[in-house]
Design a protein around this ligand. Structure first.
Ligand SMILES: [Fe+2]
Ligand SMILES: [Fe+2]
Length: 158
């Protein structure tokens, strides 16, 4: 999805989410190429932190707004997104109790990366384009999304 092609009413909010998607995808790739276990574990921790903030931000602020303002047409897409998040969050939780040398650590992160990549693809090819097509004005979301993201980042940093 090319940010320049996103109409102004949706651009700021969708750009914020697209940036997150790109950051985690970069980390997934970095993990695949990393041969050192300790460095690999660092990448996993960073990706899981970013995903935790991103999924929480979408679930607390973005998806409810889409449900309320997009109406019935968005119900199925948002429902599926929430279920996909639950699977991702479960794997993140399992990984948080593990170390790089543990059995299945790499496998769990690889599966997480696959799930998330699929989910991100759906958001970028179905949900976001539909919001644009249906002219759902996302501008009112910009401030609450930015504020909540900052708060969530501060929580994870502490
Ligand atoms: Fe999502
Ligand atoms: Fe997302």
């Amino acid at each position: 999805m090319n940010k320049a092609e996103i109409p102004v009413a949706q651009r700021a909010v969708l750009s914020m989410l697209l940036d997150d998607h790109r950051e985690v995808k970069k980390l997934f790739k970095a993990f695949q190429q990393e041969k050192d276990k300790t460095a690999g574990e660092q990448i996993v921790r960073e990706a899981c932190e970013k995903l935790t903030v991103h999924t929480q931000l979408e679930e607390e602020v973005f998806y409810p707004f889409v449900r309320d303002n997009g109406g019935e047409a968005f119900k199925d897409l948002v429902d599926e997104a929430v279920v996909e998040h639950a699977t991702a969050k479960d794997l993140i939780k399992q990984l948080s109790g593990m170390q790089a040398g543990d059995d299945l650590f790499a496998a769990k992160f690889t599966v997480l990366a696959e799930y998330v990549s699929h989910h991100v693809e759906e958001e970028e090819t179905e949900l976001f384009p539909k919001l644009i097509r249906q002219h759902v004005d996302l501008a009112p979301l910009q401030e609450p999304m930015t504020a909540r993201k900052e708060a969530l980042l501060a929580e994870t940093a502490s």
